[in-house]
Design a protein around this ligand. Structure first.
Ligand code: SF4
Ligand code: SF4
Length: 126
């Protein structure tokens, strides 16, 4: 079954961004499965190890699970910035990103931060 979704106008199935697991390193701690909010990992009870069950649900450019893995058992196809940069150049996504941002701001007006508020927040930072 296809898990395709558009990523800023690009068919998600065309983007090979998802984690790979090294089972020789994986200790089965479970942190990756609990950390990912996108249900990318399934859990194999009989093995006590994760599986990449929904690879195309992985957020393009995200590496959070690899960062929290204590055994360095999770890798990605390339550096995330390089990957995203190549996608940006190849698919010219920014006009779509701008439109999506406008839709977001009109749907959630509270996401627009006014300059004065931003300055106050910056001044409050330690
Ligand atoms: S976080 Fe790393 S060690 Fe823990 S279950 Fe996931 S892959 Fe295995
Ligand atoms: S990189 Fe992010 S979205 Fe992808 S599987 Fe890991 S935590 Fe989930």
């Amino acid at each position: 079954m296809s898990q395709a979704k558009s990523w800023h106008g690009v068919d998600r199935d065309e983007l090979d961004w998802f984690p790979s697991l090294d089972y020789d390193k994986c200790s089965g701690c479970g942190l990756c499965a609990l950390t990912c909010g996108n249900n990318v990992f399934g859990w194999v009870r009989s093995e006590g190890k994760p599986r990449v069950a929904n690879p195309k649900k992985c957020v393009v450019g995200c590496t959070t699970c690899a960062r929290v893995c204590p055994e360095d058992a999770i890798t990605f196809p390339s550096d995330p910035k390089d990957f995203v940069r190549k996608v940006v150049i190849r698919y010219k996504i920014f006009p779509t990103v701008k439109k999506e941002l406008e839709v977001r701001l009109s749907t959630f007006p509270d996401h627009a931060v006014h300059q004065q508020t931003a300055s106050v927040r910056e001044a409050e930072m330690p």
